[in-house]
Ligand binder design. Structure first.
Ligand SMILES: Nc1ncnc2c1ncn2[C@@H]1O[C@H](COP(=O)(O)OP(=O)(O)OP(=O)(O)O)[C@@H](O)[C@H]1O
Ligand SMILES: [Mg+2]
Length: 208
């Protein structure tokens, strides 16, 4: 009966993006999923760029993530923690929330304290992201993927924010990502550190 319902249900999610568990319904992007995977392996940073509604979120969520969980990046294994967030009005706070859900130093500890500590570490220095990961005591075989969907909010946020210096937070956020790609602390050497950003190019041009 359940199988029959599944067969009869609409295979399209409608206006929303495909989710990771809808991989069995996601077709037509096989080559592109592999391309993103290859870029991620070599550069550890991928910007998925396309006009609004072209399928960026779906490609990453229903194409890339299932491929990672299935071990299609042999050099990294199949154990992945995915920190997904939208930069919104406060990119560093939102990154902190996403990280506290997937790599808190002590998952049994108080969630609010964990979040405060992570945010404080991120704001303390441009090495903050590396610090958070090394403090999280991830096993050597585990990987972290930071997925910033709607990366362009970083630029919109500058225009709308009531914050006195919104550009400071945006710049600090970009620095955190940049440093984590270019520098490796000794304690972090076993963790591949990867970022994916989803950017809408219609209005914004991004150079990293
Ligand atoms: N391979 C596909 N086959 C059929 N429909 C798809 C496919 N990929 C995406 N879609 C549909 O296209 C629409 C836009 O997809 P999605 O939200 O992933 O795009 P997006 O580029 O992330 O959009 P936005 O710029 O608004 O963030 C959604 O309705 C989604 O279900
Ligand atoms: Mg999207």
């Amino acid at each position: 009966m359940i199988e029959q319902e599944r067969l009869l249900s609409n295979p399209f999610p409608g206006l929303r993006s495909f989710e990771t568990d809808e991989n069995y319904l996601f077709f037509g992007r096989d080559g592109q999923s592999d391309e993103v995977l290859t870029k991620l392996r070599t550069a550890r940073f991928v910007a998925v760029v396309g006009t609004s509604g072209s399928g960026k979120s779906s490609l990453v969520r229903a194409g890339l993530l299932p491929a990672l969980f299935s071990g299609h990046m042999p050099s990294a294994g199949s154990s992945w923690r995915i920190a997904t967030f939208r930069p919104g009005n406060s990119p560093i706070s939102n990154l902190a929330k996403a990280l506290s859900e997937v790599c808190g130093a002590d998952a049994r500890g108080n969630a609010a304290i964990r979040l405060t500590n992570i945010e404080r570490t991120l704001r303390r220095s441009s090495l903050g992201l590396l610090e958070v990961v090394s403090q999280s005591k991830m096993a050597p075989y585990e990987n972290l993927l930071i997925l910033a969907d709607q990366f362009e909010e970083l630029f919109r946020f500058r225009k709308k924010s009531t914050d006195e210096h919104p550009e400071d937070e945006a710049a600090a956020f970009v620095k955190l990502l940049q440093i984590s790609l270019t520098r490796k602390k000794k304690s972090e050497k076993t963790h591949p550190f990867i970022h994916t950003s989803l950017i809408n190019t219609k209005k914004y041009k991004v150079i990293i």
